[in-house]
Design a protein around this ligand. Structure first.
Ligand code: SAH
Length: 273
């Protein structure tokens, strides 16, 4: 991505943050539409007023307009789960950038959430099992739970217990609250590199932090016919799409260049990597 595209001040600010201040996630081809979305979304927030739900809808419309979302189901779920319920108070909810959520973590940018939902859509049908590793705010776990429905299972695994607690509070305020109450959605404290064997095998696995290499337990916990979306790499990362074929073999392709926070130990993360 050339710096010419960085017309929007909020995006330029992000570029100048030191890596330790976290996540310039989304830098790469998937981000070419960001500055326009970020600028016009903030403008509409300043000038048109309207409820949070309307602004969330406007954000989803922008992502459609700029070609990030083409799937009707992804539109539906992103309209249903209001992003504002998942960002810390005082944080602009609908700007297309990752935002700090404490503990050296971030909520991913809306266009990355949309991209991952779309890549996993076929594996998030009603009744299916989904695992969200590095679930952070719980936003994507709530989206997954909404898509797989009460007969399915959506599991978030996050290694910062405080984020697990706040994500549960976020989900309780959202349209996915009844799924949490009903038990088809749950969030657990743990090392996501080990997956969550209890509800394996999974039709869909999403990893929200970049692994130096794909953790074997996650491959093992993928169902034949299942798909995992995982950023892989250290400084230069690829969003990899891992499909487990019906014979158990695995096919891997790179979707786009990305920048995520590392999938690491809790100690390393709290020390700032
Ligand atoms: N997808 C989430 C969060 C993305 S940030 C969202 O959009 O809200 C990545 C998250 O991965 C952080 O919350 C971080 O604490 C978590 N993480 C990093 N390494 C981890 C590990 N080994 N096990 C579980 N969670 C991990």
């Amino acid at each position: 991505m050339s710096s010419d595209n960085l017309a929007c001040p909020s995006t330029s600010d992000l570029r100048t943050q030191p890596v330790a201040a976290l996540d310039k996630e989304g830098i790469g081809p998937a981000m070419t539409s960001i500055p326009m979305i970020a600028c016009s979304t903030s403008l509409s927030e300043h000038h048109s007023g309207g409820s949070g739900t309307n602004k969330n809808k406007q954000m989803v419309e922008q992502l459609q307009r700029y070609g990030v979302i083409s799937s009707k189901k992804v539109v539906e779920v992103m309209e249903t789960i209001d992003r504002a319920l998942f960002v810390p108070d005082g944080t602009p909810a609908y700007v297309d950038s990752p935002m700090a959520i404490g503990y050296n973590a971030t909520i991913s940018a809306p266009h990355m959430h949309a991209t991952c939902l779309q890549l996993l859509e076929e594996n998030l049908q009603p009744g299916m099992h989904a695992l969200d590793v590095g679930s952070g705010t719980g936003y994507l776990t709530a989206c997954f739970a909404t898509m797989v429905g009460p007969q399915g299972r959506a599991i978030g695994v996050e290694h910062i217990p405080e984020l697990v607690a706040s994500s549960i509070k976020n989900i309780e305020k959202s349209a996915a609250a009844s799924l949490l109450k009903g038990g088809s959605l749950s969030v657990h404290a743990g090392d996501g590199r080990e997956g969550w064997p209890e509800h394996a095998p999974y039709d869909a696995i999403h990893v929200g932090a970049a692994a130096p290499e794909i953790p074997q337990p996650l491959i093992d916990q993928l169902k034949p016919g299942g798909r995992m979306v995982i950023p892989v790499g250290k400084i230069f990362q690829d969003l990899q799409v891992v499909d487990k074929n019906l014979d158990g073999s695995v096919s891997i392709r790179s979707e786009t260049a990305v920048r995520y926070v590392p999938l690491t130990s809790r100690d390393a993360q709290l020390k700032g990597y």
